[in-house]
Design a protein around this ligand. Structure first.
Ligand code: NAD
Length: 499
């Protein structure tokens, strides 16, 4: 649906219905042109509660649906999304700005979790202990939590919802998905795909909005669990408020990922990896590399090799196949990233490549790649999450100093070491206080059979996303102890039961 100004109207999807009436709406932009292209409805607290009640009713029937049928739906969902991946990728690019190729990668990583969920029969298996005492058996069930909320960030508008929503639904829950208000259309597309795959109305509800909708979710007594991915300040707010309301909660926050380059590393491979991981998706990835830690005497050579690769990165509209790096999500994000680049020199760092220079296309939210050398802790460019195409170089004397630097960071999402020495790599895995670690792999996002999550201020809660830990998060364990005595065996005993 469009308005007179040709703005696309983006609806809630609640109980299978598209809902467009709302007291408040928000603008949606095409980051490559800077123009508003859509308007998304924002939910009030009443709308959130109405969706939660619809979800609650639908969930009672869904948890009775056989696991075999749920599995078939997951297989169908996989086919629907993979056969139309390009359509979804183009929707992502139009509102997020990343290249279509990158958006296709995002869809593929989201699909990995759908594939994992096709094995839900196995993932939901319980445990059984026979004859724990004479004639006494114990078994454990994994039952759905009920209605769960998934609150997702702008930078992966399809992948992060697919991480959360798919597992929650596979496990028998109903979902309220609150996507980022900045690129909300992918979530509506996914709701259609789930419905087409056979997920009943009311099981996946998409409710848009800002803080008002989120706080309503956190306080709503019908919603029993909350999964969140976003910035650290909001993650902390989600964790505290949802937990105070007695909900199960996992809240993934921001990141500042370090890549350590040891003196024995292959410097061309390290430079290629640093450029790919720092500037891919314009640095708007939670697993992007934002700091390269140059160990020993590699810095001059490594910085030169990184710098010489940057003029080759084409900055432009993500729909253009020649583009390597698209725009930032918003004008605010552009101003923020520009501020970090502008401030780096005053803080005492060397601005080796200035992304503000050079020809940048049109009125979109564009900035080129920046490279900042001689960065130190205490500088804003080091301490804060930039979430843009700015790579810092920190020079340290040895391996121990590199480890100390990384372990002193408040963020601990991902990290990587580049080395040819197996003993150093093994020691790094042992020493480093970070949730996801790569050895000569700059963006070590775990495959679907493992779970995804950082430590410290990168994750509040104790379970990670997707994979086995997600099935644990979205289910409650129930332990049933059984005995089938003959009437003659019955007796009164006030003592503590023993074996
Ligand atoms: P954000 O924190 O601004 O928004 C995330 C979600 O919270 C959105 O749905 C948004 O509508 C909602 N929200 C925003 N402000 C709120 C408020 N005041 N109260 C309640 N809810 C609010 O994050 P973003 O800018 O969309 O995404 C980028 C951030 O997400 C970065 O910090 C990035 O590192 C992080 N991220 C982390 C991971 C991870 O795995 N740890 C993955 C992806 C993104």
């Amino acid at each position: 649906m469009t308005t007179a100004l040709d703005l696309v109207l983006i609806p809630h999807v609640i109980g299978g219905e598209r809902i467009l009436d709302a007291e408040r709406v928000g603008p949606v932009f095409d980051p490559a042109t800077g123009r508003q292209t859509g308007e998304v409805v924002w939910a009030s607290a009443e709308r959130v509660h109405e969706a939660a009640l619809i979800a609650q009713r639908a969930q009672r029937a869904w948890r009775e649906t056989g696991l075999g049928r749920r599995q078939q739906i997951m297989f169908r969902l996989r086919e629907i999304i993979s056969s139309r991946a390009e359509e979804l990728a183009r929707i992502i690019t139009a509102e997020h700005g990343k290249t279509v190729d990158d958006a296709l990668g995002e869809v593929a990583r989201g699909l990995e979790n759908v594939e994992f969920c096709t094995g839900l029969m196995h993932h939901l298996k319980g445990d059984h202990s026979e004859q724990v005492s004479a004639g006494l058996d114990v078994y454990q069930l994994r039952q759905p939590v009920g209605v769960v909320a998934c609150i997702t960030p702008f930078n992966f508008p399809a992948m992060v919802p697919l991480w959360m929503v798919t597992t929650a639904i596979a496990a028998g829950n109903a979902v309220i998905l609150k996507p980022s208000e900045r690129d909300p259309s992918a979530a509506v597309w996914l709701a259609d795909a789930f419905r087409e795959a056979g997920v009943p109305d009311g099981i996946l509800n998409v409710v848009h909005g800002d803080r008002e909708a989120v706080d309503a979710i956190l306080d709503d007594p019908v919603i029993r669990a909350v999964s969140f991915v976003g910035s650290t300040a909001i993650a902390r707010h989600i964790y505290e408020r949802a937990a105070a309301a007695g909900k199960r909660v996992q809240a993934l926050g921001g990141a500042k990922n370090h890549m350590i380059v040891m003196p024995d590393a292959d410097l061309d491979a390290a430079a290629d990896a640093a450029v790919s991981a720092a500037y891919g998706s314009a640095g708007e990835r939670c697993m992007a590399i934002s700091v390269v830690v140059a160990v020993g005497d590699v810095a001059d050579d490594l910085v030169a090799r990184i710098a010489e690769r940057l003029p080759g990165l084409v900055v432009g509209d993500g729909r253009d196949p020649a583009t390597a790096m698209g725009p930032l999500i918003s004008r605010d994000a552009l101003d923020r990233v520009t501020g970090f680049v502008a401030g780096a020199t005053a803080e005492g760092a060397d601005l080796v490549v200035d992304g503000r220079q050079g020809s940048l296309p049109g009125d979109g939210h564009f900035i080129g790649p920046s490279l900042v050398d001689r960065v130190r802790p205490g500088m804003r460019v080091y301490d804060e999450e930039i979430f843009g195409p700015v790579l810092s170089i920190v020079r340290v004397a040895d391996y121990a100093a590199a480890v100390d630097l990384v372990n002193a960071s408040r963020y601990a999402n991902g990290t990587a070491v580049f080395t040819r020495d197996g003993k150093t790599a093994r020691q790094f895995g042992f020493d480093i206080e970070v949730g996801m670690v790569g050895v000569n792999v700059p963006i070590p996002v775990p495959i679907g059979a493992y779970s995804f999550g950082g430590w410290k201020d990168s994750l509040f809660g104790d379970t990670h996303m997707y994979g086995p830990e997600a099935f644990a998060f979205y289910t409650r364990r129930k332990v049933i102890t059984t005995r089938w005595p003959e009437p003659s065996e019955s007796q009164i005993s006030l003592g503590f039961p023993t074996h």
